[in-house]
Design a protein around this ligand. Structure first.
Ligand code: FAD
Length: 352
């Protein structure tokens, strides 16, 4: 029997598992995907790793991320914003501006990508803690313990544990059969919490050289025309042989789905219209659509807006709350929805 089963190996679940291991708790992490990281995902090339999920941290405001990155020996670098900025209106007309909107504090990136953070956490878990490809679909409160059941390639697996931590976006908890069932008010409260950025998609365009810089541009742009709404330089520190831009899609999930086969071409065309003809010919375009990821987005997320929700800490009432902990970023006591929130939620989960 385990002391703790963590459901989800995103930043929150991994951080919680590390905390539990440090307390000497017999812990296992059950992760549905065949990789760790959840919304943290990197695209690797010979030059390094690009972030297809979260890319930015603000270490002066976010002490947990700052400490974790430092303890993993990772270097932070300021998001490249130097140079001209392009505004594109809904008709596709572009207007160059001397500079963009300076951010204070500036957004920082992690050299090696945010994946380097989750990999550092995963690497320091006791051997055997992580079990990938385990889709948890049932949690049953028995008299003195819980029974957690997961679907695996080898068939269903049931494990006994004293506690469970659900380190998943709250809406996905509705897919897990909890016995006895949660009160309707709690279930609908969880169903009402959007997964942050779960309906988003990112495009990454790779180039042999930073063609936008030759004309004094930073690579940053805001567009009302789409398909991308906000674009930035994604080039890696010290990788002279490759440069990159990334953009968040302005097109909603439904439009992206309807035009899936033309997305890459439309992105290339738009980059050309913003940064000149050479920018329309990237070496490669990678599109990561989080709305298509069943272990990130629920159907309700697909329609959600882009305003940051007012996330807050939630715990379950007795008898569930004594043994089923909620630990994903969206239920963090602060910085909910962000990477810092994932660490804050893991820190706040009552293990003792
Ligand atoms: C495009 C994008 C850009 C973002 N940009 C930023 C940024 O710049 N800065 C920032 O701070 N934040 C950003 N975020 C938010 C950030 O990614 C999240 O706050 C953080 O990754 C959440 O971590 P988590 O561990 O709480 O959840 P997740 O990363 O979602 O992890 C949950 C895990 O649970 C697993 N899971 C789900 N259901 C089950 C199940 N039934 N059984 C087993 N496992 C299950 C999933 O596979 C996943 O691995 C961004 C997110 C996206 C999508």
């Amino acid at each position: 029997m385990f002391d703790l089963i963590v459901v989800g190996a995103g930043l929150a679940g991994l951080s919680l598992a590390r905390r539990a291991a440090a307390l000497g708790l017999e812990t296992v992490v059950l992760e549905a995907r065949t990789r760790v990281g959840g919304r943290v995902l990197g695209h690797r090339t010979g030059a390094g790793t690009y972030d297809l999920g979260p890319a930015w941290v603000w270490p002066t405001l976010q002490p947990r991320i700052a400490t974790l990155a430092a303890s993993a020996g990772l270097t932070l670098t300021v998001q490249m914003e130097a140079g001209g900025f392009i505004y594109q209106d809904a008709a596709g007309r572009t207007q160059p501006l001397a500079s963009g909107f300076p951010q204070e504090p500036p957004s920082m990136r992690i050299v090696g990508g945010i994946t380097a953070l989750v990999e550092a956490l995963a690497a320091h878990l006791p051997p055997g803690t992580l079990r990938l490809g385990h889709v948890v679909h049932r949690v049953e409160l028995a008299a003195s313990h819980l029974i957690v059941t997961a679907a695996t390639d080898d068939g269903p697996l049931s494990l006994r544990t004293a506690r469970v931590a659900l380190a998943v976006p709250p809406r996905l908890i509705g897919r897990i059969e909890i016995q006895p069932a949660l009160p309707g008010s709690i279930a609908s409260a969880l169903a009402g919490i959007p997964g942050w950025m779960a309906n988003q998609a990112k495009a990454l365009a790779l180039y042999d050289r930073p063609v936008w810089r030759a004309s004094g541009l930073s690579g940053s742009a805001f567009s009302q025309a789409g398909p991308l709404g906000e674009i930035h330089d994604a080039s890696l520190t010290g990788a002279a042989e490759e440069s990159a831009l990334f953009g968040f899609f302005a097109w909603p999930a439904s439009l992206r789905a309807a035009r899936r086969t033309e997305l890459a071409d439309r992105v290339a065309q738009q980059l050309g219209s913003l940064f000149g003809p050479d920018a329309a010919r990237p070496r490669d375009i990678v599109i990561q659509d989080w709305a298509r990821e069943p272990f990130t987005a629920s159907d309700a997320d697909l329609a959600a807006g882009t305003t940051h929700p007012d996330y807050r800490a939630i715990s379950l009432p007795a008898p569930w709350g004594d043994r089923i902990l909620l630990a994903g970023s969206e239920v963090a006591p602060e910085f909910g929805g962000y990477l810092e929130g994932a660490l804050a939620a893991a820190e706040a989960a009552r293990l003792e």
